[in-house]
Design a protein around this ligand. Sequence first.
Ligand code: FES
Length: 183
Amino acid sequence: SAGEALSTENEGVRRRDFINIAAVSFAGVGGVVALLPLINQMNPSADVLAMASTEVDLSGIQPGQAIKTTFRSQPLFVRHLTPEEIAKAEAVDVSSLRDPQTLEDRTVDGRKEWLITMGVCTHLGCVPLGAGEGENRGEFGGYFCPCHGSHYDTAARIRKGPAPLNLEVPPYTYTSETAVLVG
Ligand code: FES
């Protein structure tokens, strides 16, 4: 009948539409996937992230304590040195060091009690221990990298083990007595 013919035709149209829509969708998905690396490359958020600064509140960190936070997606150690730890760092013959730097070289504004370094071992990038209370600070009282046994001293300078350099000190400035802006 005419009614059946019409409905069969409509089915056909619907099926064709579905197939067309499906084809378009697949092309769309394929196109988006193909474009993703390009879009990621153009996306400025990675650069913005790389430029981001980290504000650290120092007020709760007592002498002898350290915290681990992050700076540009990497671990950052902020350590409040005790007078004994400062004295220990300053008693070292700097010329005997693998990466010769004084504690003064590694701190800002003469505030030697605040040691701010990346928490990234300069050997192969593990996170050294010693950023919290009661953690293994190693034989030189600073940080100990459990991956291959690098020891850093109370100024986070490399003293023993395979790491070639001191823990990196990122750029930072004091924004008040108790706050620091890293980056
Ligand atoms: Fe730290 Fe190898 S990564 S000692």
